[in-house]
Design a protein around this ligand. Structure first.
Ligand code: HAM
Length: 421
């Protein structure tokens, strides 16, 4: 039989790494939960039409989407990002505004897989629907910033830009098209192709031959309406007031079409430039209407879990959580004592594992060491006869003691383990 493997661009997350993953989402939930955001869970697949609304001129939608026909003949797609589904849910349920939600889960893009760029990748993110206030933009950006700080990341750079209102963006796109077309064939063929579909995306070209033309291109800032320019100024003022350092990046265009006004990205300087975007977001006023809802402004961000963890590795922060088992039960007398003792300890709120299959003392002790538990609770034939259990410290030294069977829980609690409620 051919060897079966996880598909290209996907990975298995195994213990102990999965514990770190879970803690990552836990820290995020705490940071945004403390600011009034509630969790929203939307389907991993939606009708294809939902995603067409987020960018028919973007590669994420035209080239990279996992779309398929279901057995009922409906056109569906795996979500390439989280915002579209959240907005669809908002339109469907019409919750009171401002609606502040957070989410986590996998997304799917048929990308060229490499380190930090996957076909299935997880995000954590927030969205706020129904608030136009520039200080809401500041809150959203500040929460991402606070989360990175909570992980211990120090080398994250915030880039901000304003893409103006729909009219501004259109005028800017036309000016960019004129600018790039004036160079004729000097632009790379890939960028000429992009130019036809979406002139803004040419600014994202990393090809060196395009560089001089991109550097000479007109800037979005010169095309902002007075209202959009003022909104942007208030956002920047709010970031300054909170002491969040930022760089205005006038050529920052995001990979999705729905953005208006404030847009931002977080770059992890400890990672290679090709995949150093650890998060990004912005305003998407207009998207709710596109999905058939009432005129409602929106803003949010999503952070890549995989990439942010790579950034943590590169900075040596947010390591694996310490093993947190309180005890490991070793029983060489047939297992009945381990069965009872484990059940009692767990009922008392302790974290306890045990060996199975009545293995040798040596083999069970090896398993106890590997488990990372604070103590081994050992029952051999002598202990069984005497009605005792040997408590042997596995971490941090100390002598082993024989404890009467009835006092084991008290002893384990007293000597360091904390029962969980
Ligand atoms: P995005 O910039 O496409 O925005 O993705 C956000 C983050 O997801 C990226 O900064 C990156 O960390 C991670 N990411 C994206 N693609 C991949 C990939 N192939 N492999 C690994 N990580 C990846 C959005 O998705 C928007 N929905 C963000 C948003 C929310 N805007 C408004 N609200």
């Amino acid at each position: 039989m051919p060897e079966l493997k996880a598909p290209i661009g996907t990975r298995d997350v195994l213990p102990p790494d999965s514990a770190r993953w879970r803690r990552f989402v836990g820290v995020f939930a705490e940071v945004v939960g403390a600011a009034g955001y509630g969790q929203v869970v939307t389907p991993i697949f939606e009708e294809l039409a939902v995603f067409h609304r987020i960018g028919e001129a973007t590669e994420i939608v035209t080239k990279e989407m996992y779309d398929f026909e279901d057995k009922g003949g409906r056109r569906m797609a795996l979500r390439p990002e989280g915002t579209a589904g959240v907005v669809r849910a908002f339109v469907e349920h019409r919750p009171a505004t401002p609606w502040k939600v957070w989410y986590t889960g996998p997304n799917f893009r048929y990308e060229k897989a490499q380190k930090g760029r996957y076909r299935q990748f997880d995000q954590v993110g927030i969205e706020v629907l129904g608030a136009d206030d520039p200080y809401c933009d500041v809150e959203v950006i500040a929460l991402a910033w606070q989360f990175y700080a909570a992980l211990g990341l120090r080398q994250v750079r915030l880039l901000v830009n304003s893409l103006g209102d729909a009219g501004d963006r259109g005028r800017y796109a036309a000016a960019l098209a004129e600018h790039f077309e004036s160079y004729g064939d000097a632009l790379t063929p890939e960028s000429r192709h992009t130019l036809q579909r979406n002139p803004l995306r040419v600014l994202d070209s990393k090809r060196p031959d395009d560089r001089p033309m991109i550097e000479a291109a007109p800037l979005m800032g010169d095309f902002l309406s007075a209202a959009a320019a003022e909104h942007f100024e208030v956002v920047l003022g709010g970031l300054r007031a909170l002491g969040i350092p930022f760089t205005v990046a006038p050529r920052l265009v995001r990979g999705l079409d729905y953005y208006r006004r404030t847009t931002f990205e977080f770059a992890a300087e400890a990672l290679d430039a090709a995949q150093n975007a650890v998060g990004g977001g912005g305003r998407y006023d207009g998207l709710v209407e596109e999905m058939g809802g009432p005129a409602t402004p929106g803003i949010g961000f999503a952070l890549g879990v995989d990439r942010t963890l790579l950034a943590c590795d590169a900075e040596g922060v947010f390591g694996l959580p310490a093993a947190d088992l309180d005890a490991f039960v070793v029983d060489t007398t047939g297992g009945a004592t381990a069965l009872a003792l484990t059940a009692e300890l767990r009922a008392a709120g302790l974290r306890v594992d045990r060996a199975f299959d009545n293995r040798s003392m040596k083999s069970q002790m090896k398993a106890a060491d590997r488990s990372g538990a604070a103590v081994a609770l050992i029952v051999g034939s002598d202990e069984l006869a005497a009605g005792t259990v040997v408590v042997r410290p596995l971490r941090g030294g100390g002598d082993q003691v024989a404890v009467p069977r009835d006092h084991v829980i008290d002893h384990v609690v007293r000597t360091g383990a904390t029962p969980t409620p």
